[in-house]
Design a protein around this ligand. Structure first.
Ligand code: AMP
Ligand code: ZN
Length: 138
């Protein structure tokens, strides 16, 4: 637990949240500034900064809850599609440094812009990059 962390305060019930799911390891609640109505966040109850700190098993469990939340958004709200997104570290847009996964209901033409790749690989660059990353995984 981190005394100054806003999501830890939500877990402890010190500040209110619109809770939609809870178990012993995770909590899901509505984002206070939603991209669309129903935009939810899934968090581990224990404080971890980002995906790199969250133990592997717990990431797996969080994804199960993401699926539950996503299915519930589909059936309970106007929702034609769902984006699942996680910002990790400031460079990736993380603002609250308690790991969380966004589950965002979407509607055709809702105007929420996703990024689309524009960069190009140079010759052989793709192979070099894939080799580097696969070695790091092994
Ligand atoms: P990010 O760290 O950029 O992935 O996003 C943090 C998200 O947390 C933002 O979408 C905020 O709207 C949301 N947020 C911040 N404070 C609260 C709060 N008290 N209750 C619910 N959502 C929050
Ligand atoms: Zn926290």
């Amino acid at each position: 637990m981190d005394n100054n962390c806003i999501f830890c305060k939500i877990v402890r019930g010190e500040i209110p949240s619109a809770k939609i799911y809870e178990d012993d390891k995770t909590l899901a609640f509505l984002d206070i500034v939603p991209v669309n109505i129903g935009h939810a966040l899934v968090i581990p109850k224990e404080h971890f900064k980002d995906i790199h700190e969250v133990p592997e098993d717990l990431v797996g469990h969080m994804m199960k809850i993401v699926k539950k939340v996503s299915s519930a958004l589909r059936t309970s709200l106007p929702c034609d599609g769902v984006n699942v997104n996680m910002n990790n570290e400031g460079a990736a847009g993380q603002v609250v440094f308690h790991a969380h996964i966004h589950v965002i209901p979407r509607h055709a033409g809702d105007g929420f812009e996703l990024w689309h790749g524009k960069r190009k690989y140079q010759e052989n660059e793709m192979q070099k990059v894939s080799r580097k990353v696969s070695l790091a995984i092994a």
